[in-house]
Design a protein around this ligand. Structure first.
Ligand code: NAP
Length: 260
């Protein structure tokens, strides 16, 4: 297997939360590897569209509130993506939110929003994409589709004041294994990436807290917080033919945090 197996030429990749942070970095990296990008965003994805198009690939934007799981149901977004981009090869479930609160105070409303956005929307999009992939006519032994979920260190650990988030990301690790187990025989790869501490809007409050920021930084074997681009290589690998025999892994990209 040569280096061309890492190429994504003419594939179509849908990335949720494509307008910022890790999702933006993954969208641009997949485009650099040759894929057209369907970016699902809530507020805007103008910078991502510009960066993707500067690689010579196409960007299609779909605005959706993923927390509203009853409204989009997954099929609407995947159907729109296929209609506008022609087909779909790769789904990256990246959109996610954190509600920071001690477990004693966490509201049902915040719990539901976090679980709906991080876990239920991921299941619904995966199910709709899985149906599209499973129905594809491909030569025997060829991949029908790729799903990459963005999990977390809190797919493995408890975290502090983030019970809903930890429940969602731990559930996401289980969902990744469950769907990988069901769909490997269909030629569909379902895997996840567990980013460590990455400098984005989601970690802004942690970075702004000098005690937490330096406590976290000093525990990372690599000696620094991660940047969104640090996650991109793993996403290209898990989206490509190079990972054809990889099913159900939750791959840490964490500067060594979990190995400590
Ligand atoms: P981010 O820049 O805040 O990205 C989160 C993305 O999710 C945003 O683009 C946001 O869109 C989108 N999103 C949130 N709620 C949405 C909704 N209801 N509908 C549609 N889109 C929604 O932070 P990030 O760090 O890149 O996070 C990306 C993923 O990585 C998340 O799943 C997060 O849990 C995971 N992660 C991050 C870290 C880290 O250290 N940063 C570590 C582990 C895992 P809008 O901005 O338009 O609202």
């Amino acid at each position: 297997m040569g280096l061309e197996s890492f190429q994504l030429t003419d594939r179509v990749a849908l990335i949720t939360g494509a307008g910022s942070g890790i999702g933006q970095a993954i969208a641009v990296a997949l485009a650099e590897a040759g894929a057209d990008v369907v970016g699902v965003y809530r507020r805007d994805a103008d910078d991502t569209a510009e960066a993707v198009e500067s690689t010579g690939r196409r960007f299609v934007g779909i605005q959706a509130d993923l927390a509203d799981v009853d409204a989009h149901g997954g099929t609407q977004i995947i159907g729109t993506a296929v209609a506008r981009a022609g087909h779909l090869d790769i789904l990256v479930n990246n959109a996610g939110i954190i509600a920071r609160s001690p477990g004693l105070d966490l509201t049902l409303r915040d719990w539901r929003t976090v679980l709906d956005t991080n876990l239920t929307a991921t299941f619904l999009l995966s199910q709709a994409a899985g149906r599209h992939f499973a129905a594809r006519d491909v030569p025997a032994g060829q991949c029908r589709g790729k799903i990459v979920n963005i999990a977390s260190l809190l797919s493995f650990q408890g975290g502090i004041n983030v019970a809903g988030y930890t429940a969602s990301k731990s559930g996401l690790a289980g969902l990744t294994r469950a769907l990988a187990n069901e769909w490997a025989s269909l030629g569909i790869n379902v895997n996840a990436i567990a980013p460590g501490y990455i400098e984005t809007a989601a970690t802004h409050d942690l970075l702004a807290d000098p005690d937490r920021s330096s406590a976290i930084g000093s525990r990372i074997p690599a000696g620094r917080w991660g940047r969104p681009g640090d996650v991109a290589g793993a996403a290209v690998f898990l989206a490509s033919a190079a990972s054809a025999y990889v099913h159900g892994v939750v791959l840490p990209v964490d500067g060594g945090w979990l190995s400590r």
